[in-house]
Write a protein that binds this ligand. Structure first.
Ligand SMILES: Nc1ncnc2c1ncn2[C@@H]1O[C@H](COP(=O)(O)OP(=O)(O)OP(=O)(O)O)[C@@H](O)[C@H]1O
Length: 384
């Protein structure tokens, strides 16, 4: 039984409809909430409630008698930061005295911060920390890195996250969360936080059994397009996210489907952040059944009613090698918290087939062949 420093948080958790903790919540929470605070590097499959675990830890460590930032949470994207902020406000519903501020593009402040929690993307937080000095990083007592593997290993994020990390006080509790850590990234994380407790999955546990994976062989791009149009017709329950490798493919696919009379939403890095949030909100409210997007939406985004993920293009890294981590995050947009989900991979030619087989081998889970005409049956059988 966990001791809640704030009983109102338990009320918030029940109001969210959370009655039983997931495996990661059960293992992580005693470490996160215990005293003295312990550092944690945690891995758990997508949709298993990692956000709720670290949000509870963040909220329970706030000292509301102090009017300055004490908790810092870094997310890789604007949308994810906003989504985590939403979880904070739901869980903290009965603790109105806890104040949160977003450090993301478009949120500009001019004065020292009095909010207790800062949540944001690394660039903006660096700006607020070092350039504007809107808060004192030496007073931060909880530091959360969501999607920690990208935050410490990807160009563009690495330097910023490490720069912030270096300035944290020694006593600050550090929490790293992700569904994936490549071995070398985990080794780096362990060096970064040598005294952290590590909760790690075995390779065969990484992909979830509740997400059924299939591939559809297509002769060429025309067939790929026809498969999508087919899927569009079959999605009568739930919603779908379609991932393309580039913004231009996503834009082309969306305009083509729109021309053919299908209502779809498009979200890519071409849009302004406000437009991105507006598109995502419309999709959450089920104004469109299908969201066409890029890797910008691959991680963390939680839309409960997504029953299907389609990889229009398989995820590849810069060297055109399979990007297994992104694959897992993309398919993890469905099958949230134990729900049934489906992933379809469109494969047009020997190269994508090779990538698919490498991904299949990596996780050791079958990706079954599916004929385009059986799409509807599989959807109804699996998630109907
Ligand atoms: N204990 C719980 N009981 C019921 N639902 C829960 C519980 N914990 C979390 N959830 C719900 O499960 C869904 C997935 O949770 P969350 O987004 O935290 O997963 P995650 O592990 O962070 O996923 P990702 O790896 O994709 O970031 C959310 O809709 C959340 O509200």
């Amino acid at each position: 039984m966990l001791l809640f420093r704030r009983p109102e948080l338990l009320k918030g958790i029940y109001a969210m409809g959370f009655n039983t903790p997931s495996r990661i919540q059960e293992s992580a929470l005693p470490i996160l909430l215990g005293n003295p605070p312990q550092n944690l590097i945690a891995q758990s499959q997508s949709g298993t409630g990692k956000t709720a675990a670290f949000v509870l830890a963040m909220l329970s460590r706030v000292d509301t008698s102090l009017k300055y930032p004490q908790i810092l949470c870094l997310s890789p994207t604007y949308e994810l930061a906003v989504q985590t902020g939403e979880v904070i406000s739901q869980m903290g519903k009965f603790c109105p005295e806890i104040q949160v501020v977003f450090a993301v593009r478009g949120y500009d402040i001019t004065d020292k911060l009095t909010a207790h929690i800062i949540i944001g993307t690394p660039g903006k937080i660096i700006d607020w920390t070092f350039r504007h000095k809107f808060f004192d990083i030496s007073k931060i007592k909880v530091f959360v890195l969501d999607e920690a593997d990208v935050m410490i290993a990807t160009q563009g994020y690495h330097d910023l996250s490490i720069k912030l990390h270096r300035k944290l006080p020694t006593a600050c509790q550090k929490m790293l969360f992700s569904a994936t850590y490549e071995d070398n990234v985990m080794r780096f994380a362990e060096k970064l936080i040598p005294d952290a407790t590590i909760l790690r999955l075995k390779r065969e546990e990484e992909s979830l059994d509740n997400i059924k994976q299939f591939y559809i062989e297509c002769k060429d791009s025309n067939e790929k397009y026809r498969a999508i149009a087919n899927i569009y017709g079959a999605i009568t329950i739930g919603q779908a996210m379609i991932f393309c490798q580039t913004r231009s493919t996503a834009a082309w696919l969306s305009s083509q489907l729109t021309k053919d009379g299908h209502a779809v939403a498009l979200l890519s890095g071409d849009l302004t952040v406000d437009q991105r949030i507006a598109v995502l909100n419309r999709f959450r409210d089920a104004h469109e059944r299908i969201l066409i997007t890029t890797n910008v939406m691959a991680r963390g985004i939680d839309v409960e009613q997504v029953t299907l993920v389609v990889n229009y293009d398989l995820p590849m890294d810069m060297n055109k090698k399979p990007d297994c981590e992104t694959y897992l995050h993309r398919i993890g947009r469905t099958g949230r918290f134990g729900k049934a989900g489906i992933a379809f991979n469109l494969v047009d030619g020997p190269k994508p087939m090779k990538i698919l087989k490498q991904i299949e081998q990596h996780f050791g889970k079958p990706i079954l062949k599916l004929d385009a005409e059986n799409v509807s049956d599989i959807i109804h059988y699996t998630v109907g």
